[in-house]
Design a protein around this ligand. Sequence first.
Ligand SMILES: [Fe+2]
Length: 360
Amino acid sequence: MENKRKLNSIEKIEEMFAEDIDLLQSGKSHTKKALEKIKIKQLLSIPSFLLKKIYKVLPGVLKDIFFWSSVFHKAPYSKFVAKTKYDEFRTLLDIKASALILKSIPSNTLDQVNNTFNSGHYSYQMRDITELDSLINEVISYATPSHAGARPYFKDGKNSAIEDSFSAYYNFSESHCNAITSFLNETLEEDFRYYLSAIAGYKCELKNISYSLGIVYGENSNSEMHQDTFSSIAKGFIYLQNVDLRGAPFEYLEGSYCDASFRSYQTNLGVVNSDIHSSGSTRLRGDKLEEALRRYHLKTFTGHQGLFILANTAGYHRKGAHNSLSPRITLNFEVKRKGIFSKFLINIFALIKFKLIRAI
Ligand SMILES: [Fe+2]
């Protein structure tokens, strides 16, 4: 693998990791965070916050009835519902609603965007990411790290701690998020928004995105092959180091998002068997994992620093094996999640606009 000059910030983090890991996990002053807490953007997210609170306290059966199309109702709650076609039906609807976006893609890029939708991933090698160096340096001094989704437990269906597992996610301040978005919009290819929309399942672009710096080592809850939820979601990662097979490369089962029958079968099985560590973000283990690896091609994303990866994480994915001494350091983001109805409406409007523009 070609050796590019490492970013100073990445060298510094690797040194901190090797010499005093506690430096990466300590709490910071919350000045920046506190100031940003009352921004209008946060006020606008109150309805969805309240909806999630209502969802949490609702009895399971009502969750299945009222939240069937919601992206955060990850799996059927009741065993009765899990024995029906409920999950397969809503997964199929989500695929149909998401695929509608392909009808408003210009013909010169349609084939490639179609392939992206079907495979569930997209990647692009950025040549120079030194502009991110100072932002990375700063975020580890002002942000308080959290585990985010990479929890140091949950493995083989057991809720026990994983040895030598380390994960720290630092959220960038809003001004830094805006700077990263500008950098990406200038650096990525012009048609990028079409690929992003195909992966997210609705017309979107890089705007108002929150980014985090992820430092992970060893195994964690993301090491098992899993889907995040039944409904398409676009997650992005930028490798900030060269990542080879030993450095926990991101792995993805191509085409698995479009297989509603297989995915819903696995989800229902988790619910029926009371496998609580599997039935939410459904995990594949043992025979099921073997079967999935036979069904779909496993794409392993090794690559240079600056490799930009986008994936529909409703398809199966995992953090690959970690056999190097260094942590894996990535810049991460996620596009706002949308339920089936929102996707359908956004894509219909996008289609009407696309047809009107072409007709003029
Ligand atoms: Fe995931």
